[in-house]
Design a protein around this ligand. Structure first.
Ligand code: ZN
Ligand code: ZN
Length: 186
């Protein structure tokens, strides 16, 4: 198994672009791994954990194509973990060639929150319809906490977690935590 961390930082990334503190200044000087993007991870080349806002730049910088990604486990709907514009930009309508249908796994709460944001900010329609799945080249899977399910050859179980104002689900794959930083997620 290969795990590629596409981002390991909190919501503002590190260094914080607006910050003059010594730590941020040193990180800018050091560069390389001291520059941390917002959280996401790639398992092998086909399983993405979080459709995060920095996955496109991480792909560019690290020479890590996402063109074999078939599955996405979405830990929760916060903006630093979920950039819904990727659903549009990876669609055939944007000229993307050969992208696999994306099987998108998320809790009911995450899907409801994401659907509101997507309709309000991005497309004018919700993505919880069969038409949206076809247009966006993806398929939605609602997951339940503490129920094991198969994702391709992977076995996954989601755990409820307290994070933000509502309970969320984090994804756990075997002994691998699907989240990297949220303090109360497993
Ligand atoms: Zn700072
Ligand atoms: Zn969060």
């Amino acid at each position: 198994m290969t795990i590629t961390f596409l981002g390991t930082a909190a919501a503002n990334g590190f260094p914080e672009a607006f910050c003059k503190c010594p730590n941020c200044a040193e990180a800018r000087t050091l560069g390389g791994p001291s520059l941390r993007k917002r959280s996401a991870a790639l398992i092998n080349n086909d399983l993405l954990i979080d459709l995060g806002p920095d996955i496109m730049s991480a792909s560019h910088i690290h020479g890590c194509s996402l063109d074999e990604v078939r599955y996405c486990l979405q830990t929760h709907p916060h903006a630093d973990h979920l950039d819904l514009s990727h659903l549009l930009s990876r669609s055939p309508a944007y000229g993307v060639v050969g992208a696999h249908v994306l099987d998108f796994y998320a809790s009911r709460e995450t899907l409801e929150r994401a659907a509101e944001t997507f309709e309000r900010d991005l497309a004018g329609y919700g993505f919880l319809s069969p038409e949206a799945e076809k247009y966006l080249n993806f398929k939605i899977h609602r997951i339940q906490p503490l129920e094991s399910f198969a994702v391709g050859t992977y076995s996954v179980m989601a755990f409820p977690a307290n994070h933000g104002t509502q309970p969320r689900c984090s994804n756990r794959r075997g002994r691998l935590s699907g989240t990297t930083r949220c303090d109360s997620m497993l």
